[in-house]
Design a protein around this ligand. Sequence first.
Ligand code: NAI
Ligand code: MG
Length: 508
Amino acid sequence: MNASLASQREIAKQPEPSPAVARFLKRGPRLLIGGEWVESKSKQLVSVIDPATGREIATVADADQADVDRAVVAARAAFEKGPWPEMTPAQREVLLWRLSDLIEKNADELSELESVNNGKTKFMASIIDVPGTRNYFRYMAGWATKITGDTISTSIGGIPGAKFHTYTSREPVGVCAQIVPWNFPLAMAAWKLAPALAAGCTCILKPAEQTPLTALRLGELIIEAGFPPGVVNILTGLGETAGAALVAHPGVDKIAFTGSTSVGKLINKSATDTLKRVSLELGGKSPVVIFPDADVNAAIGGASNAIFFNHGQVCCAGSRLYAHRSVFDQVVEGISGAARSIKLGPGLDPQTQMGPLVSKEQQDRVLGYIESGRKQGASVMTGGGAPSNPGYYVEPTVLVNVKPEMRVVREEIFGPVLVAQRFDDINEIAAMANDTEYGLSASVWSKDLSTVHRIVPKIRAGTVWVNCHNFVDPNMPFGGFKQSGFGREHGRSAIELYTEIKSVCMAI
Ligand code: NAI
Ligand code: MG
């Protein structure tokens, strides 16, 4: 590591895991296929690392083509025959509620597992990820009984006296392959599984290779809740093998993916061969715009959370700050002060406020971006380094003197790194905010209604927050404009992603 990147921060030792988590870590590699825990045909393993120590804590299977074939057969059989297609929507609702209750009952263990696997603190997992997952299944449980079609008036002519009764129904799209990333492993699994199951689909979930543990625990809870065999299958493994095989498989009807824009493009191309339905929630480089009349203290707190929440490993992280010249220095000082006060440490230490990044690869990537910023002339207001301890830590970092063409301004860093720019003319700020290939989200900070309502329609992003950032809700559509993907998760839109419309036209 470059010496100029060293950090003086002290990092505590990761406490030992609880007996329940220690037992889970010893369960050994297995895949959930057709309601059974089975060995992978590949016999290949993927190492699971605690990012706070860099040590292996478990191994999981690297599913290959043969495992994908088996999972698709199981998911197809469960979709077409047996108890699942015969169930009423209310019965699906009951199963989803049972699962949410089991998540609540096992919340402590799930929070700890998420922490040792992802690096986030157990505390954050226990107040955000795990209750969010529980609530997501509950919200989508309600949708199972609320899926409707329309009756349609037609004007079909040509046959004297003929009459038609015409209606639409929404039917489950079929076998869904759902590929999720490592930043919110359990919650991302819920965002994918819950609407698909509410709609009556069957699923093959592939967690990220870095963070498979809570998905495997969720698989156990899915069996305990009583979902019929094959309705949810879970394949651990690498993106290039298990993920790519799922995307190419002719027996899969729909792909839902959250992850990098580059992989999203590959998936979209590969899915074209069989015209699978595709929804993509990809990267972002979301602007945070602070107007001169904003409540500056609230904006400082909000902008700090916008970039440092989950260590900046958030697709909608507020990673480009634009503060009006009249408040720029105060805002940047405030955010830098907040950054300096964040206590880095391992996720199981109750004193920790920010854990390590998920992997060595991610740490190297983020430090590489900071270095590229320096080389291109940016100045580090605070942070910029990594402690010398084991563990994949990166200091919360604020970069100033940045220019629109620098890589740190253009590319998604996916770490705790903010680039701060000032603006003079409020008529130019929408163009600055939109100066990106991404369009996932944005936030604007102002107390003036007219300013807010004039800027919001000009911002090309799927979510615009006003005087807040990073808030999501199961009922609020979420997804991207531009290269942040397509399709909207949550709410009615998510149900639409997992259903096909059938028109029924009946001569009467
Ligand atoms: P990635 O896009 O490679 O991985 C996300 C998921 O896709 C994982 O489950 C992975 O196994 C799978 N995958 C990878 N290659 C695949 C393929 N060819 N076919 C099918 N599935 C495949 O993301 P990665 O490499 O972990 O992170 C790289 C960058 O991506 C991050 O630095 C960040 O910028 C961005 N990212 C964005 C996320 C978001 O929430 N929008 C989440 C994770 C990463
Ligand atoms: Mg990748």
